[in-house]
Design a protein around this ligand. Sequence first.
Ligand SMILES: NC(=O)c1ccc[n+]([C@@H]2O[C@H](COP(=O)([O-])OP(=O)(O)OC[C@H]3O[C@@H](n4cnc5c(N)ncnc54)[C@H](OP(=O)(O)O)[C@@H]3O)[C@@H](O)[C@H]2O)c1
Length: 354
Amino acid sequence: MTPIIQLGLGGVGRALARQMLNVAPKIRRRYGIDLRYVALVDSHGALAGDPALTDTQIHNILAAKEAGQHLDSLSGAITDRHWLELLPATIAIVVDVTAASNHAAPLAAAISAGHRVVLANKRPLCEGFDLFAALTERGATRYEATVGAGLPVISVLQSLIDSGDEIISIEAALSGTLGFLIGELEQGASFAEAVRTAYRLGYTEPDPRDDLSGADVARKALILARTCGMNIPAYAVSAEALFPPALSEISITEFLQRLDEAESEIMSRFQAARANGKVVRYMTRISRDNGIEVGLRELSLDHPLASLRGPDNMISFTTRRYHDRPLVVRGPGAGVEVTAAGVLGDIIATAREL
Ligand SMILES: NC(=O)c1ccc[n+]([C@@H]2O[C@H](COP(=O)([O-])OP(=O)(O)OC[C@H]3O[C@@H](n4cnc5c(N)ncnc54)[C@H](OP(=O)(O)O)[C@@H]3O)[C@@H](O)[C@H]2O)c1
């Protein structure tokens, strides 16, 4: 049996558990690997199996989570022990599909005890570089879904590096939400209208400033740069925010009302680009010489990212081998099903290694 502890039962976590129930029998037949949840954990508690949770128990837990319950309300819930104490004596895979900010140290402790880690949560990789190194050394952690959701981004980058290629630069559009907004502006919407539409359609985080600040993109950029071996502290990565500081501390409702205050600055950038025969993209650029840059950039029409429309992600690797024409990965960079599938791919790859 390959024991799995999953932290997080939100949109991605529930999709992952459902996919796991579906594919586990096929994986057993194909590879002789028996993937089993030994515990499922949310922000309030855990449920553990003896030795593993049955499919019926998992279905019941998923139904309770869909109904908005926390695990501490279910019979048999464990609330007085940290999930580290639920790890079995044999090697387990700890899957973090939360957005918790305090998991880096316990995950590193799990690795020191010989366990393996799979992440959709970016935050553990964005603390000190020493923690990044502790988590990732000797491939102890897989984290494909942290950048580009289910797209093969980290695996492509690692394979380029492992095969002796030299990364010259990475240029990327890493936010589906900002891609959607830019698409709306190019269709003639105002910035305020575009943000309000994205908010109404549920395309933004509950607080749209979490997208518009660029902080999430900055975390993805840091993960890419660190995967390239760049020892960059998190504080050194600054992202361009698409709203003025005066709108940082107000309520979400007031923010949505006062978006017009960000209008003229953003629209003038788009108008200037159009006048120059260029387009604007919210872009991440990583290079050894200039480090990490995250913000709005004017691009000529022959730039790979200029062809991008709407919420897709695109990651363009310029390397010694892929020099004249970069290697490009493009597709949906968010969504619970594709993200869960990326995590599941990492779990299966880890289990096969074990
Ligand atoms: N959604 C996407 O398209 C996407 C794409 C790529 C990456 N990701 C990343 O995937 C992660 C999960 O995303 P999501 O959309 O599923 O988020 P979500 O719906 O907000 O779910 C988060 C889950 O984590 C649990 N949680 C929070 N703190 C915890 C803690 N300290 N210990 C145990 N569980 C804890 C929550 O518990 P409760 O249920 O008790 O509240 C909830 O079940 C995030 O890091 C996100 O950035 C998401």
